[in-house]
Design a protein around this ligand. Sequence first.
Ligand code: NAP
Length: 377
Amino acid sequence: MASVVPLGSLPAPHLFYWLGVAAVTWLSLKAACRLLSGARVFLFGAGVQVGEFGRWAVVTGATDGIGKAYAKELAKRGLSIVLISRSQEKLDQVAEEIREQFQVETRTITVDFGGGVEIYKVIEAGLAGLEIGVLVNNVGISYSYPEYFLDVPDLDDIINKMINVNVMSVCKSFPLFDLSLQSLKQLEVESNAMGDEFANMIKSSCMTYLPNYIEYGASAVNLPFRIGWMTRMVLPAMVNRSKGIILNVSSASALYPVPLLTLYSATKAFVDLFSQALHVEYQSKGIIVQSVLPFFVATKMSKIRKPTLAKPSPETYVKAALNTVGLQMQTNGYLPHAVMGWITTSLMPISVVIKQSMKMNQGLRARYFKRLKDKGD
Ligand SMILES: NC(=O)c1ccc[n+]([C@@H]2O[C@H](COP(=O)([O-])OP(=O)(O)OC[C@H]3O[C@@H](n4cnc5c(N)ncnc54)[C@H](OP(=O)(O)O)[C@@H]3O)[C@@H](O)[C@H]2O)c1
């Protein structure tokens, strides 16, 4: 008769048992580390003293929502503020509010980041001579409702605008060679007259791009010519002084692909990766670059009017986010958002998160069309 071997004495169950113990221990340790580091940042952390990095803070998209909240919170912490947005009237109003409330100096620069390269000259002139300690690259636009890529209203225009506003504004500065068709022709004349080797080299490289210019219009051909970078404009002086802070407002939709907000999510992923890599390059030179990834905040863009714990007011959000500067190079900025970030990136499989995002955005899209139908549009 065959003898029965007790299961527990087999090597295989032992192996699986210990593998299980190791996996659970590893996951528990990881969770504990994440919790401890979250507590260090959000419960006990105060971040760096932003006022020690320079006299001025520059905030793009500063007249509403998160940008306005950054401008006010930085003023509260002692910095003079340069406000950049499209509407002079709104800029004047916010500038006055800040001056009265916090007794700091303010300046305004009116530009449309969706526009052409000439805006960077205006910004450069407005910032000349200022000791800039903090740059907040906040300006950003999204779709007016979640939509399938090809059905986004005015798609061509939105592609250009979204890339100019969400991406170019973060890293671009003034163009070294700002070449309209007119200036290309002028350059040809000048370089011929000068017979200068350098000018001829520039001319021939410009002429290589001329056909693209005609085909795609100014914003496409500007790309190879815009040699400077908002960050490029401000970073050299920060590096010279060995201190500076650059806060780039990305979005939680950069953490994973967000269907029906495809272009938005992709532009924000650029901002996130750009910021993290830049931080590692420049931290030894005294520069802090932080990528800020909020979930929903109650602003005009999100169309959320009433703040809740999970969807805070911009003021609540920014106050918490500023306390993470110097403690996290990539942050969700606010404790409930950090918990949401942890759940969606560490606990849930990414395929599930993407599917859920698609479902949620399909729901929001359906609600948008229903509202339009109810209004009789
Ligand atoms: N709200 C959210 O739930 C949320 C979530 C994640 C990430 N974010 C990001 O947070 C940032 C701020 O969003 P928000 O919700 O605070 O937006 P918001 O309330 O719509 O405010 C946008 C600001 O940018 C300015 N602006 C818009 N387009 C501009 C342009 N083309 N050129 C110059 N200024 C322009 C607006 O002023 P004018 O109209 O006067 O120019 C306003 O001051 C964005 O980068 C957004 O992607 C927001």
